[in-house]
Write a protein that binds this ligand. Sequence first.
Ligand code: 4FV
Length: 253
Amino acid sequence: MPKKFHVVTIFPEMLKTYLGYGILKRAIQKSILSVEIHNLRDYSRDKHKTVDDYPFGGGAGMVMKPDPFFEIVESLWPEKEKRKIVMLSPRGRLFNQDTALGLSREEKDIIFLCGRYEAIDQRVSDHLVDEEISIGDYILTGGELPALVIIDAVARLIPGVLGDFGSTEEESFSWGLLDYPHYTRPEHFQGMSVPDVLLSGNHSEINRWRKKQAIKTTLEKRPELLDKYLLSDKDRELLEEIKEDSNELDRSN
Ligand code: 4FV
């Protein structure tokens, strides 16, 4: 059974474009993934297919009307137990790789409600939405990009999607840490070379170097992630080495 996403938007073409390329396009062609896009305007009952109106209480901008959202959900996904309705909004739970993993294991169809204008009428969130998700603390012009970000991050965790484009197994090697440095040909470029260990063919040494680099990079750039990361004894050994290396560096400077 393909992993089923639905996206409710007033700009369907915007999504079709992004989904028509690369790994996502291939996963959809191989029916590992299905993304159905629905135009909210088709569920607006007035002859002008209006989906927004002036805010009660005044104020700038327009608010999206509740009725087209209730109309599409009640007509396409009446069974609550078979659907998970996700509204993209800056008020939502902050999206991260763990959220992506959770959604990749979700059995229900995942339905994204994409807002435009100032906001969506609060009654949609109060009575229809199962979860609000934010992709970050900034304000966008619409929920379409957040929906694509989530579909992209979740899709690559579905077995068979990445195929030989990389593997999430390998990724889980340093799940929760920042990635280690990657190199490819040419070996020598403008006087810049590649760390010898990567040319050694010694895979346990290569894995050790990669894990050390992942811990070092995380310590330098996102130390708060390291606090959350469960260090093994071997990792603790690498962390000590990293600290010694930097003390040596300080001493030598
Ligand atoms: C957003 C975010 C976001 C708010 C009003 C769309 C905009 C406009 N969604 N993560 N950050 N949404 O900024 O998810 O309708």
